[in-house]
Design a protein around this ligand. Structure first.
Ligand code: ZN
Length: 159
């Protein structure tokens, strides 16, 4: 990656870490889950409001609260912006793509052709954590927690 691009990505991530978006509880969430990353001490609650049941249910609103390192907070903040308006099924695909991006050396970005470009760009920014394996759990915590919430689980831990 070019250095100036890396600097830009870092700036975006730091900004989300310092001023997280959608950092509030929802009044009547359809589902929520608690995520815990004991390795780092990150603890998040992710709230979602869905407009219908099933894979086609759209995410009307999504928010989070909690405390954690800058990466976990920034990732949760960026996730809430990415997921608003997406279907449950699209959210799952984005989660899986992000997970692969962070953990697989042979991940090919071309696999994401056809995905929401803005979402992919944000995920690529965050997937820079791949170089720091311990940080992968921080970056993916919010996504694991979101996935648990829509699957009906109340708690997840990265351990
Ligand atoms: Zn962390």
């Amino acid at each position: 990656m070019f250095d100036d691009l890396r600097d830009l990505y870092q700036e975006v991530i730091l900004d989300h870490g310092k001023s997280p978006r959608n950092f509030r509880p929802l009044d009547n969430p359809t589902c929520l889950a608690h995520g815990n990353n004991p390795l780092c001490g990150d603890k998040l609650v992710v709230y979602l409001t869905l407009d219908a049941d099933g894979a086609d249910g759209r995410i009307e609103d999504v928010s989070f609260q909690g405390e954690g390192c800058a990466i976990s907070v920034a990732s949760a903040s960026m996730m809430t912006e990415i997921l608003k308006g997406k279907t449950r099924d699209e959210a799952k695909k984005l989660f899986e793509a992000f997970h692969d991006m962070c953990t697989k050396d042979d991940f090919d970005i071309a696999e994401l052709a056809g995905y929401d470009e803005d979402a992919v760009e944000r995920l690529v920014m965050l997937s820079g954590v791949k170089d720091f394996p311990i940080r992968v759990k921080c970056a993916t915590l919010a996504w694991h927690t979101m996935q648990a919430a829509v699957s009906g689980d109340k708690d997840i831990s990265t351990e």
